[in-house]
Ligand binder design. Structure first.
Ligand SMILES: Cc1cc2nc3c(=O)[nH]c(=O)nc-3n(C[C@H](O)[C@H](O)[C@H](O)COP(=O)(O)OP(=O)(O)OC[C@H]3O[C@@H](n4cnc5c(N)ncnc54)[C@H](O)[C@@H]3O)c2cc1C
Length: 386
């Protein structure tokens, strides 16, 4: 891996950072207060992102995307991580899994998603199946007139704005020496399809305004044309999606940690107690030193994992390490930043308590910290026969 960014990469960083500072920061307080992103603000962010040429910047040129490398896309996500998730959702990055669309589906879903005309959401998690995806109870049964879906998904982000959904359901079961194993298929489901309902989910303390919703399927009928990828091939497609998005979680954690760090550093230099800046006390100065060391470490892990993908190398363990370390680092950094701010750090007219709340979900979604540790340890132990 080469250290240092090219001029073009520096330009990507400064362009996205300016966008976040000018188009996202000014609306953050309002979104925190109301828990909503007004439609006109979401549309304006989307329009400006399209004008800038960054909409769907996770897609290759062959399908109409800008064709950034994995490392460049991680840089974009790192900058977006500085701002509110609810708002930067409109700096659209459709699910990479849409690359699995066939020609006809590309016209109906992929191309409109890349142009910002349609938004997507991805539904995997169920009330009874989180980490254990194969435990899902949502089913699709093939009848004479196509598929019939039944079941419930929950915690689905971006569902209130989505025009269509990528939904994973069980389409059969195999008997294996380790017990029954579900076969999974992904479907493209349009909002408004009869038998499909989207309803309010739970209120999360992390990322206010970035809502999660519940999807219900009650004898929802879909033709074969809605199968994304191969029938029973959903698990392979799913793994591919998880692979890439975990880097984006890590990159966002790094960006947010740097924003939090800037507050802590400035406060440690300005705030005086006992006649001197608190940063001069070793107890505070050493915390500052530990924070930046951890942020840099998470940054390098994240960019190194992205670089491996660009080189076509396996990166399963490296991505899991980046997601694990960056999300846990963000928790420690936000906690330390509050400690450095004393009581003021907890007051809600100051943004730190928000970053502290927001940090909590990063260790849970897109695979919990325990699942990342499982991936890392299996990657190391399996070749040794353990
Ligand atoms: C705000 C929010 C938005 C989300 N958005 C989406 C979305 O858009 N689409 C979607 O499909 N999902 C989404 N999710 C779901 C998210 O990915 C899951 O919450 C996550 O995978 C964990 O599942 P769970 O919450 O059911 O926890 P569980 O799987 O029930 O885990 C509970 C605890 O048990 C531990 N555990 C479980 N299995 C093991 C094991 N084998 N070894 C050790 N420990 C284990 C976990 O690490 C965790 O600590 C979202 C979640 C949240 C909170």
């Amino acid at each position: 891996m080469q250290f240092g960014l090219t001029k073009e990469q520096e330009m990507i960083v400064s362009t996205v950072r300016a966008f976040v500072e000018n188009e996202i920061y000014p609306h953050e307080k309002m979104v925190e207060r109301t828990g909503e992103v007004p439609q006109e603000i979401g549309e304006e962010i989307k329009r400006k992102c399209i004008e800038l040429g960054f909409y769907a910047c996770n897609f290759p040129e062959e399908v109409g995307g800008p064709g950034l490398s994995h490392l460049e896309f991680a840089l974009v996500e790192r900058e977006l991580g500085r701002g509110s998730m609810a708002l930067n959702h409109f700096f659209g990055r459709p699910q990479n899994i849409l690359m699995a669309c066939n020609e006809e589906q590309r016209d109906r879903y992929l191309s409109p998603a890349l142009r910002g005309e349609k938004m997507d959401a991805l539904a995997m998690t169920e009330p009874g199946a989180g980490s254990d995806i194969r435990g899902m109870k949502c089913t699709a049964v093939r009848g004479e007139q196509g598929w019939v879906l039944n079941g419930t998904k929950h915690f689905i982000s971006g569902a209130e704005h989505a025009d269509f959904f990528i939904v994973f359901v069980a389409t059969g079961e195999d008997q294996t020496p380790r017990g029954p194993k579900k076969r999974i298929t992904s479907f493209l489901v349009d909002r408004g399809t009869p038998g499909f309902t989207v309803r309010d989910g739970y209120k999360s303390v992390s990322h206010r305004g970035y809502k999660n919703m519940i999807l219900e399927f009650d004898d929802c009928r879909l033709p074969d044309a809605q199968v994304l990828g191969e029938v029973d091939g959903g698990f392979a497609v799913m793994n591919e999606w998880l692979y890439a998005t975990r880097i984006t979680v890590a990159a966002m954690c790094v960006g947010r940690a740097r924003r939090v760090f800037d507050y802590a550093l400035a406060y440690a230099a300005e705030r005086e107690q006992f006649g001197q800046p608190i940063g001069k006390f070793q107890g505070v100065g050493f915390q500052i030193a530990d924070m930046i060391t951890e942020i840099d470490a998470a940054d390098y892990l994240t960019l190194a994992a992205a670089d491996r993908l660009d080189k076509g190398l396996s990166a399963n363990r490296e991505i899991a390490s980046a997601k694990l370390y960056a999300s846990e680092m963000l928790a420690r950094v936000t906690d330390a930043a509050i400690q450095i701010h004393g009581g003021m750090g907890l007051m809600d007219d100051f943004p730190l308590e928000r970053f502290w709340r927001d940090a909590r979900v990063e260790r849970i979604w897109d695979g919990t910290s325990e699942i990342q540790r499982h991936i890392i340890s299996r990657d190391l132990l399996r070749p040794l026969g353990a």
